[in-house]
Design a binder for this molecule. Structure first.
Ligand code: URA
Length: 234
């Protein structure tokens, strides 16, 4: 097996990232730094990354988590806050989250040990559809909704066309659904900031058409093989 696939199958990173690690001299085979991305790993080889021997995982796992607010989308946190991986306390797989949701954002987050799955879903060229429910204070004008639909400047970047629907409103707050295909940092919050609105609550309802279903915040389920295959084809 090529060494970049070997590292990806071990849950270290994507194949593309593995090529970089190898070129940067971060991977050793049988005690020697290995800088050839095309190296074919043999059964008896010992592959070491960051001082740890790595082996391809036999079992790749894919979860759909309803991320609660108040936890970080990372594996560890230097400020000791709860991470999304802490919610999988009984699992001994080497899990990591796919992409990112803010500390105060809830909803659909995939968690896996498959670096290629993560790379595929987060690569901008695949334009995976993400649906958010947004609550803002007060009401929003038709003009502002139109601006959000056509694209707004979120600071050096103009967003692409988005689907934006007002779901319900009162004098005090408005609920909208927003579908985007990009994934800039804090994109939805920054889009609303661009029209002078502060997002008070943000929930990701679905990614690639896979929604929360009956999962409560903090609960997760395994993705079924058809769902994984469908996401990898997008
Ligand atoms: N957009 C945001 O602003 N925050 C998220 O967590 C996800 C999308």
């Amino acid at each position: 097996m090529r060494i970049n696939k070997y590292l990806a199958d071990a849950g270290i990173c994507s194949r593309r990232k593995a090529d970089e690690l190898i070129k940067d001299g971060k991977v050793k085979v049988n005690g020697e730094v290995m800088t050839t991305p095309g190296y074919d790993v043999q059964d008896h080889d010992e592959v070491v990354y960051e001082g740890q021997a790595v082996r391809p995982l036999m079992n790749k796992v894919y979860y759909l988590l309803n991320k609660p607010v108040g936890c970080v989308t990372s594996v560890t946190d230097d400020r000791d806050r709860m991470t999304v991986i802490d919610l999988f306390a009984d699992n001994d797989e080497r899990l990591f989250p796919v992409g990112r949701l803010d500390y105060n954002t809830a909803g659909v987050l995939f968690v896996t040990n498959d670096g290629d799955f993560s790379y595929h879903l987060t690569h901008p060229k695949h334009q995976i559809e993400k649906l958010y429910q947004v609550r803002i204070a007060g009401m929003i004008s038709k003009e502002d909704v139109s601006k959000l639909r056509h694209g707004v400047d979120i600071g050096g970047f103009v967003t692409s066309r988005a689907r934006v629907d007002v779901v319900s409103w009162t004098k005090h707050s408005t609920i909208l659904e927003v579908t985007i295909h990009e994934g800039k940092n804090r994109q939805v919050r920054r889009m609303f900031e661009a029209v002078g609105k502060h997002v008070e609550e943000l929930t990701r309802l679905s990614v690639g058409g896979i929604g929360l279903g009956h999962l409560k915040p903090g609960q997760y389920r395994k993705l079924n093989p058809n769902e994984v295959a469908m996401l990898m084809k997008m």
